[in-house]
Structure formats: C-alpha cells, structure tokens
Design a protein around this ligand. Structure first.
Ligand SMILES: Nc1nc2c(ncn2[C@@H]2O[C@H](COP(=O)(O)OP(=O)(O)OP(=O)(O)O)[C@@H](O)[C@H]2O)c(=O)[nH]1
Ligand SMILES: [Mg+2]
Length: 403
C-alpha cells in the first residue's frame, strides 16, 4: 500500500500481538492502520513482528525470544524506531528501549506526534501539548534518557524534547497552566458560537480519512485542506451554507480513530463542542474501506463519550466510486458468501432497511448523488429551522428539484 518514495522517511518496525480478543485478521487490520499512521508521521514500516500470546508480558510486552528476533532485525537493518500497536507502560517502554537500543513508541505516542505535527492554530497546539504532558506524566522517570534525544524525528516533537529532566511537579504546573489557557479560549469560543445566532448547526463527523473535508468543500465551496493522510484536519472549520434559500452552519472537525488515546479525547473535548452542540450530525463513512463497519462502531463509541449519541444523524456512505466487492468465484460456491462479497446495491438495501431514509450513498470526489444528499440535508435542516423560526418559515418554500 505504501511505497518507499522518500529517502528521508525514518525506517521503522511494527509490533503487535494476537490475543483472544484480537485474532490474526484483526491484528492485520490494526497493523495496516498503524502502518498508515507511521507513514503519516514521516516513517516507513519495513517489517511487522507479531506474536500469539494470552496476555502481554508485563516487562517487555512481547516474549524474550521474539524480542531477540526484533533486536536482530533492528541491528542488521539500521532501524531507528520500533512501534507497538498497543499502549506500553512506562516500565515496558523503558525495558524495551534498553534491549533494542532504538526509539520505542506506541500507538498513542504516534498519534500524539501526528497531532503535534499537524496542529495549526495556537488552540490546537495547546490541546495537543496538554495531551502530550498528560501522556508524559506517568512515564517521566527514565523515558528515553539513555538515548540521544537530539536525534529528533517521529515521537520526539513536543514537550518530551526539552523537558525530559523536569520532575512531576513542573509537569503538573504546566498541565494546570495549559488547562487554564484552554479555558480562556473556550470562553471566547463559546461567545463566538453564541454570536452566530440560532441558525441550525450541522456537523460532519466520521473516522479519519473518510472524506469529510472533501464533502465540506463540495457543498460549501470552501477550501478546507484534504489529503490522503490521517488527521488532515485538526481544527474545526465552520461555514455558512445555503441550500435553496435555507441557511445553516456546517462544521468540519477532527476525524476519529479506534484506540484513540484517552488524553486526546479529553483535551479535544472543546474542539468537539461543535459536535456536541450540533442539531444534526452527518456521519461520513468510507464504504470502500474493508473495515468500514468497525469504523462506524468506533465513531459511535466516541460520540457516546461526548454525549452526542442521541442526535438526529444521517449516515453518509462516501467513496462509492472506489467500492469493490471481493470477487466471488464459481468454484467457491460451497464457501459461505459473506459481507465482503456484497454488491453496492446489497449494502444499500441492508442500510436502507436498517435506517431507511437516513442512509445516503455518494461520491464526494465525483460529485455523484450530491443533489440527493443536498435535498436530504435540506429536508432535515428545514424541519429544525421552522421550529426555531416559526414566523418566517414561509420564506423557505419546499425544496425544488431545479436546484
Ligand atoms: N475515491 C474517493 N476518494 C475520496 C472521496 N472523497 C474523498 N476522497 C479522498 O479521501 C482522502 C481523504 O479525504 P479528506 O476529505 O481529507 O478526509 P477527512 O475525513 O477530512 O480526513 P481527516 O481530516 O484526516 O479526518 C483524500 O485523498 C480524498 O481525495 C470519494 O468520494 N471517492
Ligand atoms: Mg478533514
């Protein structure tokens, strides 16, 4: 999937384990995603190491034999970073870096690093910095101290770089300070949101890289940064959109991912206010992704964590242009036909029967079905709008196909 085009990419190995909750196929999916995360952070995953175990080793996460194998590979191939798919404890991290003699990161660390790289505004930077300090606090002692931290690169951006010798008290003070700063910005933002009046608010939500920003650009004629890397968007963008002559506010925000570090959900709570305060959610899904149903479940879980599960929601299945069912050969007839063999039509009828009118199938890139999409959003927004502005609802006649 990812080719080594850029010689500057850091060489990394990925490590994951097969457990009773996570079979081989699941692990492959997780490691595919970890590889994409590594690439987004500026790395190149050369090899994967996996091990079957009942539970992770408390000292070194994987077993000693496997660790030897990893060490051998790291030494032979001049690997700079070993990335573990699950969160490592401070002890594990310390022991593993001692053995491997290279940088050791976990998924949380990697995601935090990408966020640090991508944060554009001072607000986003403050939130990321807070999450990084919260991550650092319980791991302060012995974190990479025996390595030359000056080497920089993945996992080295942010507070860890300069503050390594600081004690917990200083970090705690810093956390308190950042929280205060966020509180002040929150107040300003709440005022801004208040000033927007009572216009209906619609929020695009969804897993990272599903096409939220692309869709935002298509319907609001704005220019939000979209690209094929994870977490292209960190800050929330809000645009006033008018469909027919019905105005509403549309927001695009940070994408979700499974195993999202709790520190991040916590410190991005304010960014997610836009979602929490929305009247209508457009849950965008990349139907061309083999694990899209799992993505939906992760997004729903995070929506639950920010108390936004009960909002009216339209499921927007995007990238229908790229959807391809797995081919089903004649000689496989005795095998069971599973969801990966579904045609797009079968997916449509499955979801339509589940949530009826609230499922839409589009391609934001090709602009297919965008008129249907607009009409559906229009109908929903109009319903909310007329309850809020009962006296001038006549200004907004029913949507006409001529749009
Ligand atoms: N094939 C196909 N690709 C699409 C479609 N819509 C978006 N993409 C591509 O998917 C990638 C991600 O798009 P974005 O709009 O950045 O996705 P996002 O959901 O905003 O991602 P984050 O901000 O990272 O959460 C880009 O490379 C887009 O060009 C579509 O309808 N079909
Ligand atoms: Mg985006």
């Amino acid at each position: 999937m990812i080719e080594k085009k850029d010689v500057d990419l850091e060489k990394a190995v990925l490590v994951g384990i097969v457990t009773k909750d996570q079979d081989e196929e699941k692990l492959k999916e997780y490691l595919d995603e970890l590889e994409f995360l590594t690439f987004t952070a500026g790395g190149y995953a050369i090899k994967r190491f996996t091990q079957k175990m009942d539970m992770p080793n408390p000292k070194t996460f994987i077993g000693s034999g496997k660790m030897e194998e990893v060490k051998h590979f790291v030494d032979e191939n001049d690997i700079s970073t070993a990335i573990f798919d699950d969160e490592l404890s401070a002890t594990q991290e310390r022991n593993i870096s001692k053995i491997l003699g290279c940088k050791v990161l976990d998924r949380t660390n990697l995601i935090l690093d990408i966020f640090a790289q991508r944060a554009q505004t001072s607000y986003a930077r403050t939130q990321v910095e807070l999450a990084q300090y919260e991550y650092l606090l319980p791991r302060l002692r012995g974190m990479w101290t025996h390595l030359e931290r000056q080497r920089g690169g993945i996992g080295m951006r942010g507070p860890g770089e300069t503050e390594i010798e600081t004690d917990r008290r200083i970090v705690r003070d810093k956390i308190a300070l950042l929280k205060d700063r966020i509180k002040t910005i929150d107040k300003q933002m709440a005022v801004q949101r208040g000033n927007r009046g009572k216009l209906v608010r619609v929020a695009l939500v969804g897993y990272t890289n599903v096409g939220k920003s692309t869709l935002m650009n298509v319907i609001s004629k704005s220019d939000v940064f979209a690209e094929n890397k994870l977490f292209a968007t960190l800050d929330t963008t809000v645009r006033k959109v008018v469909i027919q002559n019905l105005p509403f506010l549309l927001s695009d925000t940070v994408g979700f991912i499974r195993k999202l570090p709790t520190q991040l959900v916590e410190s991005f709570k304010s960014t997610l206010d836009e979602v929490r305060e929305a009247d209508l959610l457009l849950h965008v899904v990349d139907i061309s992704h083999p694990n899209f149903e799992e993505h939906i479940a992760s997004v729903n879980k995070i929506l639950g964590e920010i108390e936004s599960s009960d909002k009216p929601t339209i499921m927007v299945f995007n990238k229908i242009d790229a959807y391809e069912p797995e081919p089903f050969e004649e000689d496989e007839l005795d095998e069971e036909r599973t969801k990966k063999h579904y045609t797009l039509e079968e997916w449509k009828s499955t979801w339509m029967s589940k949530i009826g009118n609230n499922a839409l199938f589009i391609s934001a890139i090709n602009k297919s079905n965008i008129d249907d999409f607009k009409k559906r959003v229009y109908d929903e927004v109009r319903e909310i709008h007329v309850t809020r502005f009962p006296y001038n609802s006549f200004l907004y006649p029913d949507y006409e196909e001529t749009q």
